[in-house]
Design a protein around this ligand. Structure first.
Ligand SMILES: [Zn+2]
Length: 196
């Protein structure tokens, strides 16, 4: 696969030809003016939206884990997420809330956001995305507990089939004390719902 991509050359020849075929298959003329450069633009967009495949946890975390005596909840809420549903290749988007209770190790706040971005820029289902973020944070800082909640709207639900424009999917992953201690989970949920 990598040799077909010709990444970095500003071209992505194989993917562009696939998209040209797709446009034709839909019943359009890929050579008309408005569509002429579409394969190039779509290839570029898709590479960006799936750039999480080219990243690894270790390079994101590198040098960003610190020893600290903090044992209170750390919460990063309202992280905007944009991902692609792997069943329809249509976007889903919303908010992600990540919390953990450290056990002497903390992670740079911006790195939490970058972890979320890495996993969202892959083909996903919301359930797995939620778990991956929680499990990665757990492995990285071995905290007392981790909580991740994602609230998202799915274009595959909004634009087709049931056309439920206002239904939001909510998924959560609770590990450690977030799972075993209701008061911890409640604090997390209250902080998330607290009006901004
Ligand atoms: Zn879908």
């Amino acid at each position: 696969m990598p040799d077909r991509r010709r990444k970095g050359s500003g071209e992505d020849v194989f993917m562009q030809s696939l998209i040209r075929d797709l446009v034709k298959e839909i019943g359009e003329d890929p050579h008309r003016e408005g569509l002429w450069q579409t394969p190039e633009r779509v290839a570029k967009a898709l590479r960006y939206l799936t750039s999480g495949y080219g990243q690894e946890v270790s390079e994101i975390l590198n040098g960003a884990i610190f020893t600290e005596d903090c044992d209170q909840m750390v919460l990063i809420k309202d992280i905007d997420i944009f991902s692609l549903c792997e069943h329809h290749l249509l976007p889903f988007f919303g908010k992600c809330h990540v919390a953990y209770i450290p056990k002497r190790k903390i992670l740079g706040l911006s790195k939490v956001v970058r972890l979320v971005e890495m996993y969202t820029r892959r083909l996903q289902v919301q359930e797995r995305l939620t778990q991956q973020i929680a499990q990665t944070l757990k492995r990285a800082v071995q905290p007392r507990g981790v909580g991740v909640v994602i609230e998202a709207y799915h274009f595959c639900m909004m634009m087709r089939g049931v056309e439920k424009q206002n239904s939001k999917a909510v998924t959560s992953a609770m590990l450690g004390t977030f799972q075993t201690r209701p008061e911890v989970r409640n604090e997390f949920v209250q902080l998330i719902n607290h009006t901004r």
